[in-house]
Design a protein around this ligand. Structure first.
Ligand code: AMP
Ligand code: MG
Length: 410
């Protein structure tokens, strides 16, 4: 059996980073930066007012009240025609460039308008409400490193700099389900021995959340010719192929047979639970991950192998989810020969994160997976967890946890 870490190392070593290209900020969410970003100019690009008010000389407003002569109005997007000198003020809007000479903004609430001037009602220290050019980023500042994954605020920063990021191409992932018993999720009445396909909806949604393009190859029955054709087509079309089912020990595990024939595929027994049987290799140069059939195993294998591999393809430096330390709320028994991914619910009590089983831990029990917000990662050699023991968790979602009435009607 291969350790989880060895299996992850082998997958990551065999998955390329996709080609680079420059993309508009609109299209770059979730991708990894292919090269560092350096600020081409100051942000803000000019010194401007942080408030609606009056641009003045700080020396004129050290004491109040004081009356100043009004020179003109500067709305945002416009530039003052005159400089501010002692005894004068220019009315200014938030974001408008500071007029020459002015070094202080008195906010409008602290003033009273006069026919040709303004009365300053509050003493205002020099420099108040002025946002200096380059106060956020100065020209030449390093902004983001290569390998950073672009989040919404990253994209906003790039927009402020006018930079279209150089990123790695977004992967396309082809997915299919296998098995004669598997029918589309839309199926109304199931015949004897039939089940609905849970794995494609699960995979499609996880790929979607990751920001990867999905090529749906559908359900392929246990038919060698159809499977061969579908896999060949999918490998040509996509940057990665994900299959589910057909990689364990059963006689009908055709995926195994066809993969052997089509590409360079290895069948692994990984020392993990769930998701022990796992296939990995290439068909015509396209990496293929053969996930197990049981849906919980699909998610665990996706999380531990496919997701990191896809993030690597996307050029992201960090490819594994964050882990956190928590405590077991109750006792647990696990297989000491495997890394066990237990589906758990987390709850913070007195500042300590406690984890509890979210329900049935068999690899077919989807309801407990849907209730869970994290995997407890129980390392090889553990076997027994006692209440209060430290336990490592991987949060796979941070669900909204507070209802409007809890928050607002409290
Ligand atoms: P297999 O490895 O193909 O024998 O599949 C293992 C188990 O997972 C069997 O109980 C299958 O019926 C089930 N399974 C396989 N594919 C799917 C799927 N797409 N949706 C739901 N269950 C599946
Ligand atoms: Mg099967």
């Amino acid at each position: 059996m291969r350790s989880l870490e060895q299996a992850q190392r082998d997958v990551l070593a065999a998955v390329p980073t996709l080609p680079m290209l420059e993309l508009p900020v609109w299209d770059a969410l979730g991708l990894g930066l292919a090269s560092p970003v350096v600020a081409p100019h100051d942000v803000p690009p000019f010194t401007n007012s942080a408030m609606d008010g009056y641009a003045v000389l700080g020396a004129d407003v050290e004491e109040a009240p004081v009356t100043l002569r009004l020179l003109e109005d500067v709305p945002a997007g416009h530039v003052a025609h005159q400089a501010v000198s002692s005894g004068a003020a220019i009315k200014i809007m938030t974001g408008a460039p500071m007029p020459e000479g002015a070094d202080t903004v008195v906010k409008v609430e602290d003033t009273e308008p006069l026919p040709d001037g303004v009365r300053i009602m509050a003493a205002t220290p020099t420099g108040t409400a002025v946002r200096p050019a380059g106060g956020d980023l100065a020209a030449g500042d390093p902004v983001f490193a290569a390998g950073e994954r672009l989040t919404p605020p990253h994209l906003a920063v790039l927009a402020s700099l006018g930079v279209s990021p150089r990123v790695h191409r977004r992967p396309k992932v082809a997915m299919l389900s296998t098995g004669d018993e598997v029918l589309p999720p839309e199926t109304g009445n199931l015949g004897p021995g039939q089940i609905r396909d849970t794995n494609r909806p699960l995979l499609a949604a996880m790929l979607d959340e990751l920001g990867v393009e999905v090529v749906d190859l559908g359900i392929v029955g246990d038919d060698a010719d159809v499977l061969r054709n579908t896999l060949e087509w999918g490998a040509g079309e996509a940057d990665m192929v994900l299959t589910s089912g057909g990689v364990s020990m059963g006689e009908y595990d055709l995926v195994k047979i066809i993969l052997r024939e089509l590409g360079t595929i290895d069948f692994w027994k990984v020392a993990m639970q769930p998701a022990k049987p796992f296939a990995f290799g290439h068909i015509e140069g396209t990496p293929l991950l053969g996930l197990p059939g049981n849906p919980v195993s699909v998610m665990v294998a996706f999380e531990q192998f496919a997701r990191p591999a896809l993030l690597q393809m996307m050029g992201c430096r960090a490819v594994f989810r964050a882990q956190a330390e928590a405590r077991a709320a109750g006792a647990w028994r696990t297989d000491p020969a495997k890394t066990v991914f237990a589906r758990v619910v987390t709850e913070v009590e007195d500042g300590v994160t406690l984890v509890r089983s979210s329900g049935g831990q068999s690899s077919n029990v989807l309801s407990a997976l849907a209730r869970a917000d994290a995997f407890a990662v129980i390392p090889v050699g553990t076997g027994r967890v006692q209440a209060g023991d430290p336990i490592t968790i991987e949060l796979f979602r941070s669900p909204e946890a507070r209802t409007a009435s809890e928050v607002l009607d409290g």
